[in-house]
Design a protein around this ligand. Structure first.
Ligand code: A2P
Length: 339
């Protein structure tokens, strides 16, 4: 079988580490694996398929001979190194927001718009969407195709792992401190995250929304290839380690019943319906961790409007929200374009 030389940029981070695990678990045909990070990680090694692989310091020559680059080391690293990698013939799948809204760069969720992957040829880069957007569009696309969604109102309950390893440590440290009667130390977020909810993810923009909220608006329209969908978002960081939850309200052009939504989504790729209120069954963050699917439940009619549906959507943000989606893109890339 043909194999590919793969680089993981930001390999020591929360998403990078998950990328390595997903490559392993999905048997991606990796020939050589390059693990790249900053000089801080010099001397470190990481496990891949039972072997220890040395972490290398990212530099301009890192991509010689590399065919697929999975980037997750922050926007400024991608801005600098993704074009360098692309020039040396490596196809970049970028998990940061650096290129997502570039009209010449495809923004892809394979279950929704796999056909856009071919546009990588323009700049050698494919963008992986924002984690909250991915899990929302995977669920909404089949409904949009069936009855056209006019408007989406979404509120998110996002775990700290989306911010990175330091934030996971901070939630743990603050929780321990507070439970032992010590003052919590606040470093990563503007305020204490333990036992709290922060209605701010990323920076505030002039319109009063945060950047994370506007990512959900703009990326949803680009991925669904429909600039007419109205989207409004409130994104909230909650003291959960892994997996994001979302309350989603949609208004559709044509009527669809909750039973029809359940039936439609039970056939949707990458989606599992868990929706049995009588048995108190609904998706929860703790059940989604480590799984590839996006879970949907609490599907019910919005009785305040003519054609409205409410639902609750949960997914592992490091998996479908980041590493898994990137590797799924890479799988299609090597099968249909590089094979
Ligand atoms: P390092 O561990 O060497 O700092 P997270 O999002 O979990 O915080 O992870 C960020 C990832 O991005 C880490 O792998 C980190 O490596 C990597 N990274 C951060 N800054 C740089 C840089 N200047 N060059 C290369 N990798 C970087």
């Amino acid at each position: 079988m043909r194999t590919f030389s793969v680089a993981v940029v930001g390999a020591t981070g929360a998403v990078g580490n998950e990328m390595i695990r997903v490559l392993e678990q999905r048997d991606f045909p990796v020939g050589q694996l390059k693990l790249l990070a900053s000089a801080r990680s010099l001397g470190k090694s990481l496990e891949y398929r039972g072997k220890s692989v040395k972490v290398e310091v990212l530099n301009e020559d890192s991509f010689d001979g590399v065919q697929v680059g999975l980037f997750s080391a922050g926007g400024s690293i991608s801005e600098k190194f993704a074009p360098i990698a692309a020039r040396s013939g490596c196809v970049v799948i970028d998990n940061t927001s650096a290129f997502r809204m570039d009209p010449e760069i495809p923004l892809v969720v394979p279950e929704v718009n796999a056909e856009a992957i071919g546009q990588y040829k323009k700049k050698g880069i494919i963008a992986n969407p924002n984690c909250s957007t991915i899990q929302m569009v995977v669920v909404l696309k089949p409904i949009h195709d069936a009855v056209r969604i006019k408007r989406i109102v979404v509120s998110t309950y996002q775990s700290v792992s989306g911010t990175g390893k330091k934030a996971v440590d901070e939630l743990e440290d603050q929780t321990r401190a507070i439970l032992s009667g010590r003052e919590p130390v606040v470093k990563v977020y503007p305020y204490q995250i333990a036992f709290n909810c922060l209605p701010q993810i990323d920076v505030f923009l002039d319109n009063g929304y945060t950047k994370e909220e506007m990512k959900m608006v703009n990326e949803t329209r680009k991925i669904m290839n429909d600039p007419s969908i109205a989207v409004t978002a409130t994104t909230v960081r909650v003291p959960v380690f892994y997996a994001h939850s979302e309350s989603i309200n949609i208004e559709t052009e044509r009527k669809i019943t909750p039973a029809q939504v359940r039936e439609l989504l039970s056939r949707a790729p990458g989606v599992q319906v868990i929706d049995d209120p009588a048995q108190r069954r609904y998706p929860m963050a703790i059940d989604a961790v480590g799984h590839n699917d996006t879970y949907v439940g609490r599907i019910r009619e919005d009785e305040s409007i003519a054609n409205g549906i409410n639902m609750w959507v949960v997914s592992d943000n490091l998996r479908k929200g980041a590493a898994l989606n990137a590797v799924q893109i890479a799988e299609i890339l090597i099968r249909d374009y590089l094979g």
